[in-house]
Each structure stands twice: as structure tokens, then as C-alpha cells.
Design a protein around this ligand. Structure first.
Ligand code: OGA
Ligand code: NI
Length: 382
């Protein structure tokens, strides 16, 4: 019997390779080590291996095993607690939609939207090309993502800092800018053959949906219509995550807990795996078919002067099916200033955050590896 990923003396480990454990060591970590040395596979290469190895992995390599306190803990949930679902066409009266959106963003920092205007066919086609991309040979994925000498389109395993990580995450990622299409589309993957055609249409539709939602938020906050248009939402970026099935989801994570560095993020997911922290508890974001998950990022937190706050979230893995999710981050243009909106601050409600260019925020966010306390301290002190 296995409890919380721990294997106790004399117990049989069935977590990987379906072989009994060779040792009587007290933890699965030791058991994995024992299997390493007992196996013919070159484990050193395995630990550093690029994504090619996923389909063959029948155990969690040591470098993907997280320290006990960082493991996911509870993986199964009663489904009563989840984030709100907002029907964008659900009322004749727009003010109701604005109220629902504002309530959800204030309470959870997260909500799902249905009747959002993006066609089901386009969503299905897009998810299909994303899955096809991730199913390609690793060499092809890498070469399809190295067309821009400036490295705007990237493919990596775990995080962009693979070689410096203390431990790795169970995911592959493809990312590229979506604006402007004229400038960047030439660097997007050319395979699968339909990638550019389909993803271009998806990027256009998601930009429109982003505007729609930002206008609702704008109205809810009492800002001028169009406040977020232009530079504040000028540089959307797509990130396609792929989480292969994991032999033991209790030992690792697909994505560490974090808040997004965006204005808002629009996520498309079809399988369970996303969890959001609400009142110090992880809750599951159960996929609603053809819905999008919207969440508040740090930039909106700054502009709203803390009225809307991003929530921590993470991705856990599962042992049965691969999971693909696509995050469309609405980012300001690099030189755009981000600061609390003047209309939302006054002598009684002074600005909580200073003013900085988006690129400065982004540089710091990356250097703090998304550590919430450090990012919070940085934005509060500028
Ligand atoms: C992200 C993210 C969640 C998921 O890419 O920032 O939070 O479910 N993804 O993949
Ligand atoms: Ni995120």
C-alpha cells in the first residue's frame, strides 16, 4: 500500500515499471534510485532528457520528484466547490453580466465563460492542431520552433530554465507571440500543416473575446470604455501546455503554483488538471465543454489598485490521459506604462503600486521565478 507517495519498509512499490521494489527503503525516492541502478536505462540521460522520452516513461525519474512539502497533496475532490460560470449572453441586460463578471473576479480571480462568441468548430480545430503538434517527434518540434533568430517562438520541457531547476515539472510547452500576426506568424510552427491557418483565426477570435471581457471589467470598475484597448492589451502571447500521463501524480506537478503576469489570461482546457487556491484551499476547475477559463493577472491587479487580485493556481498531472491546455495571455506592449488607474485612486484610496514599464515588471517577475511574495513586494515598492 502506498500513502502520499511514500513507500514503507517491506512494502511493494507498484508505481513504476509495474515491478516490485528491489529495496526495502523507506521512500519511493529510494525505490526509484534502486530501480535506476537496477535498470539498463541510462538514468543520467533520462533525468535530463528532452520530451522525446515521455511516451516511454513508466516511472517518475528522480529529477521530477518534488520535495514532500511541494507535492500536490489532495488529488481528488468533491466537485461542489468550483469557480463561477458566467453566461455572456445570459441576460437581456448587460449590467447583470457586468455584475457577474465583477463578483467572480473579486471573489475568485477566476471564472469560466460560456456563450462567448468563439465557435465550437474553431475551438475543436485549434485543440486538434495543438495536440498534433505535441504528438510530433521531438526533433521536429524543436526545429519548428527555432525559426526566429530572436527566439520568439519556443519549445521546452518543464520551464525555460530546465538546466537550472532544482526539480522539473511534468510538461512540455510551446509558446509564441500573437501580435502582430504579420511580424510573427512566419516564425510559428509550419507543421502540422494547418497550424498557422487555424491558430491565426484562433488568435484573432481570442483577441476579440479578450476585448469583450476587458470591456465588461472596465465597466464594472467604472473606468472609461476602451481603457484597456491599445497598448495595455497590445502583445498577446499563446502558451500551449502539454502534460503527458504521469505514472505517479502524487510525486510531481505539471506547473508550479503561480499568478499570471498578464492583464487577463484566457485558458482553453478539456481535461481536469487546473487547480485554483481559494481561502487557502485548492479547488478544481472542472472543464465545462467549450468554455474558456478567465483569470486576473498581476497587471490588472496593479491597474485596479488591488480591487481585483490574481489567484494562485497550478496544474496537477493524471495517470491516464495526456492533457493539453492553451493559455492566451493578454500582455501590455513592452514599453507601455502600468500603474493604478487615476480614476480609481484618491486621497482616501492612495495608489498601492508605483508606475513602471511592462518590460521592467516582466523582467522582475521572471527573475523571481513567479514567487508570489517577492513579486508582491516588488510591485508594492515601486
Ligand atoms: C499557465 C497556466 C494552467 C493549465 O499556463 O499559466 O496556469 O491548466 N496553465 O495548464
Ligand atoms: Ni497561469
Amino acid at each position: 500500500m502506498q500513502v502520499d507517495g511514500l513507500l514503507y519498509k517491506g512494502q511493494t512499490c507498484k508505481c513504476f515499471a509495474n515491478k516490485p521494489c528491489l529495496t526495502n527503503q523507506p521512500s519511493l525516492l529510494y525505490a526509484i534510485k534502486a530501480h535506476y541502478s537496477a535498470s539498463e536505462v541510462d538514468m543520467k540521460t533520462m533525468d535530463q532528457k528532452p520530451p522525446s522520452s515521455w511516451p516511454d516513461v513508466s516511472y517518475v525519474p528522480e529529477s521530477y520528484v518534488h520535495p514532500l512539502e511541494k507535492r500536490p497533496g489532495k488529488l481528488f475532490f468533491d466537485t461542489c466547490k468550483t469557480i463561477p460560470v458566467v453566461d455572456l449572453e445570459g441576460y437581456h441586460d448587460r449590467t447583470h453580466v457586468v455584475q457577474d463578471v465583477l463578483k467572480a473576479t473579486k471573489e475568485y480571480g477566476f471564472f469560466q465563460v460560456i456563450n462567448h462568441g468563439v465557435s465550437k468548430k474553431l475551438m475543436d480545430d485549434t485543440m486538434a492542431v495543438f495536440k498534433e503538434f505535441h504528438a510530433m517527434r521531438p526533433e521536429d518540434k524543436a526545429s519548428e520552433c527555432s525559426k526566429d533568430p530572436n527566439g520568439s517562438c519556443k519549445f521546452y520541457t518543464s520551464s525555460e530554465n530546465f538546466s537550472k531547476e532544482e526539480f522539473h515539472y511534468w510538461r512540455d510547452a510551446l509558446t509564441h507571440p500573437c501580435h502582430s500576426l504579420e511580424e510573427y506568424m512566419q516564425f510559428w510552427p509550419g507543421k502540422p500543416i494547418r497550424y498557422r491557418e487555424v491558430v491565426k483565426e484562433y488568435a484573432v477570435e481570442l483577441k476579440k473575446l479578450g476585448e469583450k471581457i476587458l470591456n465588461l471589467i472596465c465597466e464594472g470598475l467604472g473606468l472609461d470604455t476602451g481603457y484597456f484597448s491599445g497598448g495595455l492589451s497590445g502583445d498577446p502571447v499563446l502558451l500551449v501546455n502539454h502534460y503527458p500521463p504521469c505514472p505517479d501524480p502524487s510525486l510531481t506537478l505539471g506547473l508550479a503554483k503561480h499568478r499570471d503576469p498578464s492583464l487577463i489570461t484566457i485558458l482553453f482546457q478539456e481535461q481536469n488538471g487546473l487547480q485554483v487556491c481559494k481561502d487557502d484551499e485548492w479547488i478544481l476547475v472542472e472543464p465545462v465543454p467549450h468554455a474558456f477559463v478567465i483569470n486576473v493577472g498581476y497587471v490588472l491587479q496593479i491597474i485596479s489598485n488591488g480591487e481585483l487580485n490574481g489567484a494562485e493556481h497550478r496544474a496537477v498531472t493524471n495517470s491516464s490521459v495526456p492533457r493539453t491546455s492553451a493559455a492566451f495571455f493578454i500582455y501590455p506592449s513592452k514599453d507601455n506604462l502600468i500603474e493604478p488607474a487615476k480614476a480609481l485612486t484618491n486621497a482616501d484610496n492612495p495608489p498601492l503600486y508605483g508606475s513602471m514599464q511592462f518590460k521592467e515588471f516582466q523582467r522582475n517577475y521572471l527573475s523571481y521565478a513567479a514567487n508570489a511574495e517577492k513579486v508582491q513586494k516588488f510591485i508594492s515598492s515601486t
